[in-house]
Design a protein around this ligand. Sequence first.
Ligand code: UDP
Ligand code: MG
Length: 310
Amino acid sequence: MVTLSLVVPCFNEQESIPLFYKEAYEILKNLEQKSIYSEIIFVDDGSKDNTAKIIEEISQNDDRVHYIVFSRNFGKEAALLAGLQKATGLYVVTLDADLQDPPALIPQMLEPVMSGAFDCAGTRRVTRKGEPPIRSFFARMFYRIMGTLTDIEVVDGARDFRLMNRFYVNAILSLPERSRFSKGIFPWVGFRTKWFEYENIQRAAGETKWSFWKLFLYSLDGIIAFSTKPLAIASVLGVLLFLLSLGFIVFIVIRKSIWGDPVAGWASTACLILFCAGVQLFTTGILGAYLSKTYTEVKQRPYYVIRLEK
Ligand code: UDP
Ligand code: MG
């Protein structure tokens, strides 16, 4: 009987996985002495290197190790979902393969959840040491915007390193949406979360898969997935512009009746046309973003395709 499942998404992590397994192995051995039996589920998210082979080898020598290999790269969110669906443990912990989420914290995280005081143990990093300042700046901005635009509380610096009980996992799995923005889904399901804080840790080997642009698009996804307020912004802008135009009409009528002045005003007309066209395109863009999300949801494609599984 499995008590604890470790779900580990991996994308081109051939250097990290042996290091991760070595560290996790020791911790799981200690837990076993307390009759807490574990399984590790590696999800290979279509790696181009030897990740799949390494995972298979580990699994051959240790039957607590299971794996899913995707047919191509589907993204970390899909990998996490596949792992959660496969996990059989009463408790499930999701963590990165690069040791940025220290497995040594797992026993500590288990305590409040196993005792029933909390349903989930979450982690957040309190520093962003080793990260480019511009990225930290945009990250802060993102949490601010999320805070204003949505009703859920997205915790600043919260990582995907989480230990959850069965109720929590089932709640996550019950959300059917295709665009899976974990940072929003976790607070959306609610429950009682105990937070653990730690300093940012550099990855053990390999390099980050997140470019600035990828992160930017991901944050837009998050906003669209959890807020419809941008749509309201379009209407508000429309009303504001209408009121502004009323003021303008009064101004122009009065000026014309007092001074005449039939030809002047080319510059202001050009500015107005450009301004209005800009606002219209901006709001159409917002509409388009929601439409495209609706389109992907309606198609109901599977979240991922599995090439190998054990
Ligand atoms: N990952 C994944 N699919 C992807 C990108 C990343 O499964 O398309 C995994 C990756 O192997 C790692 C975790 O997600 O275990 C976090 O990725 P990374 O360390 O690159 O992100 P960072 O820690 O820099 O935010
Ligand atoms: Mg990392």
